[in-house]
Design a protein around this ligand. Sequence first.
Ligand code: FAD
Length: 490
Amino acid sequence: MKMVLRMGDDSASMLKQFCEEYDVGCVYWNKGHTPETRDKEEKYRSTLSSLEIACIESQSSLLYDPIDIALSNGFNGGHWGTLMPFLRSCRKQGQPRKPIPRHETFTMLENMKGPNTWPSSKSLDELDLAVINGKERWDLPIVERFPMSEEDALANMNSFFEKGFAKYETSRSRADIEFSTSKLSAHLRVGTLSPNELYYKVEGSELEYDQRKTFTRRLAWRDLAYFHLRCFPKMMDTSIRSHYEETEWVAGHEEARRFNAWKNGKTGFPLVDAAMKELYKTGWMTQSLRMIVASFLVEYLRVNWVKGCDYFHYTLADADTAINSMMWQNAGRSGIDQWNFVMSPIAGSQDPTGKYTRTWLPELSNLPTSVLHKPWEASEEVLKNAGVTLGNSYPHRIIVDLKSERQKSIESVLEMRRKNQSRNTDRGYDLIKLPNGEDTVVFTKKEFRIDNDGNVITTNNSSRGKNTEPRGGGRGRKGQKKMLRHQNQV
Ligand SMILES: Cc1cc2nc3c(=O)[nH]c(=O)nc-3n(C[C@H](O)[C@H](O)[C@H](O)COP(=O)(O)OP(=O)(O)OC[C@H]3O[C@@H](n4cnc5c(N)ncnc54)[C@H](O)[C@@H]3O)c2cc1C
């Protein structure tokens, strides 16, 4: 099997030229599912149809093609665009396709008739790929952590199923345990592992449904993100709840001060800093830490989620337009499934042994675990014995009063919602516009729900007008608890 490499500014005209030169009969490609790849594929289709050349598009990067999923608006066992209605719609399409055994696809390719003379090809060196100059080979830890081949992906998957999968339900939020999650995201992102292969590996396991359901759901979240992206192609930097664009964030010099400290792992909150160091160094951090740092940036530092999303996209080895923006939109409250929780940057439940934080912040390694996640509570003596000088060997906290920062955060959302009463239902839920122009109600956190006069709805003043959500949409205490559980299972 040979590969032909070409380079140019316009891939559609290069494809045209190539097809004409080599009398191509049919062109195959795998769908990309982003707005950019959709535009490109549209150009390929029209180029090929003008040449009367057949094209065959396959869909193997997701379990289901988002184009086949239809959701009716309103609350259908879950608000529009949330996991449960989405899963039901997927199931209507049947089971995901079984992966085709590798030897079959390769035999098929090898049996294909190639041209008599192979087209000329550029060499890899001629492709003008980015070159990493400078003394420090910053790419090495990333490349070493994520060697990207199909063999690596399969070996990685098999190790996880041997050593981590059975404990996934209970250990997945732990950053201090090896194999607590699969670390397969980069392979799924670039295609060195098929989601179908992973799906059937899970289905074929001996574990009971309850012991494997969260992992399967995470694969479904992946598809859900692409469904959101199909409906809201600008979601990488534009609020899905469009009125949330008016939310006031911290600005100017203060924004830069906070954002830079966050990016560089210098906020003075050890778990946040350790996670940001791991991200920069290796291009990855586990989901529970992504949630900690995202929640911290948005809820406490009050920096616009778009900046965090952008930085993640720049640094993650698994950077994925759809998943990254879905998660940041939800953290930034403007997404379909606004987070119904705020993660504590100091509780440290993701690293109860302290092993993780000590790995990424060796300057704190001698601190006792009891104060490792909040060194400002350590006595002078403890700090001295551990060789830590706050403000010198490790930064002071960038913000001190977490509670008041959170309150300002809530106020800015409430203020924006008061100015947009036309997007508020009688029960205080947000309305969003769907691509077909219809409005739908989306889940809105209790603390953001306001009545027609702009007052926060408490159980006493809850107005039940004509535009009410169906039962379950309001989420009473039981519903709230369930929601929290559901969110923790993201
Ligand atoms: C703020 C934020 C940004 C994120 N950005 C990305 C991103 O750019 N790319 C990315 O792949 N994931 C992203 N995630 C989701 C998740 O954190 C990663 O997929 C996961 O940590 C990858 O590790 P893993 O392969 O060990 O996951 P596992 O827990 O082993 O999960 C298996 C697979 O399921 C998928 N998956 C897991 N969680 C989610 C999720 N919440 N949404 C969609 N799919 C999921 C991934 O493909 C993952 O590889 C983000 C999460 C947050 C909170």
